[in-house]
Design a protein. Structure first.
Ligand SMILES: Nc1ncnc2c1ncn2[C@@H]1O[C@H](COP(=O)(O)OP(=O)(O)OP(=O)(O)O)[C@@H](O)[C@H]1O
Ligand SMILES: [Mg+2]
Length: 324
């Protein structure tokens, strides 16, 4: 019997729906459950063929558990190694290399110095930064948001330089992105599962929370296809099994705004019944596909690695061969 597990925090709809969806199929050799963790010994295998991770960004102990499980062949969704390496700035940087339109963006050093550092720690940073050049590049209004993390926390819309310096001072030790505002006519939040299944949801971020998924946008066929292709390109290159991509449409061009969501919101109460049904089914089917492919005897690594990592490794191997 192959086991599919899910690790989650305060969620009360998606994990339960996911487990029920799989078990309702009564497959002869696959069962789903909430992961049970107790003693975690180095190098010891986990009993799961697949684990869906919804919470290790908040619980570092779980992240370490998942890396060890992956070492022993468990297909962890999403790849815990990549999740430990990603952040919004790098994702934006990569977007510029794979033909995905993104708002002009710079990264800023944290306003306050990191713990345990003093001015003497910053030999390499020229300060003040070239603020005028930065503001000229980004323009106002602008958005400022943390380079890591999510949940709409510490996201600022800034009107001018005075506004910028006063809000920047509030951000303490957070590392922030400063970003061009995309004034959009339509906005979409898109689920992507397994780097191949895309579900595009009209989303109105200017509505109150409970009405954001009741947006009236209907994409043309051409825009739909373009968004689908952007979403696939992003996820295949970054290597997410489960992610959302937010796209803001300006002059017909979809700009990727937020695409670093390895535990995307999937709560029935926020995404609505129809989107919830899609995501439960897509994730359930994908986990089953991964469980079927899992072979406990072959010692394989069953994680997803995006094209960026795969190409990097390939290039490094070629260099090694040439140098031998
Ligand atoms: N460059 C931008 N141009 C226009 N609007 C933006 C821009 N950046 C962010 N926003 C708005 O701010 C919202 C929150 O920003 P973003 O999605 O990047 O942060 P987040 O903390 O990851 O949010 P969440 O996790 O809730 O999706 C977006 O949904 C969008 O409405
Ligand atoms: Mg967002």
């Amino acid at each position: 019997m192959k086991k599919i597990g899910i690790i989650y925090g305060q969620e009360r709809t998606f994990p339960q729906g996911f487990v029920e969806y799989i078990n309702r199929m009564n497959l002869p050799d696959i069962v789903a459950e909430s992961v049970n963790i107790n003693k975690v010994e180095q190098g010891a295998p986990s009993p799961y063929a697949v684990i869906v991770d919804r919470i290790s960004h908040d619980v570092p102990f779980y992240r370490a558990y998942l890396k060890n499980a992956a070492l022993n062949g468990t297909a962890v969704i999403n790849n815990p190694f990549w999740w430990s390496a990603d952040e919004k700035f790098f994702n934006n940087c990569l977007a510029t290399k794979i033909n995905v339109p993104v708002p002009k963006t710079v990264i800023l050093p944290s306003h306050d110095m990191p713990e345990e550092t003093t001015e003497e720690s910053f030999n390499n940073l020229s300060y003040p930064l070239e603020w005028n050049s930065i503001f000229e590049y980004i323009g106002f209004p602008a958005y400022m948001k943390p380079f890591a993390g999510g949940g709409w926390k510490s996201v600022y819309k800034l009107e001018d330089t005075t506004d910028f310096f006063s809000k920047y001072a509030e951000t303490g030790r957070l590392v922030m992105l400063l970003q061009e505002e995309i004034v959009f006519t339509e906005y979409y939040r898109c689920y992507c599962v397994g780097g191949k299944h895309v579900h595009i949801m009209p989303y109105e971020p200017r509505n109150p929370h409970h009405l954001r998924y009741s947006a009236g946008f209907t994409p043309s066929e051409q825009l739909y296809k373009e968004m689908e292709s952007i979403v696939l390109r992003i996820n295949q290159n970054l290597g997410y099994d489960f992610n959302t991509v937010e796209l803001a449409i300006r002059d017909g061009v979809p700009y990727a705004i937020d695409f670093c969501n390895p535990a995307p919101d999937a709560d029935r109460n926020s995404v609505g019944e129809e989107n919830f049904a899609w995501v439960v089914e897509a994730m359930g089917n994908f986990a089953i596909e991964k469980a079927k492919a899992f072979n406990p005897g072959n010692g394989a690594n069953n994680l997803t690695w995006g094209a960026f990592v795969k190409h990097s490794v390939h290039a490094a191997e070629k260099n090694d061969e040439q140098n031998i």
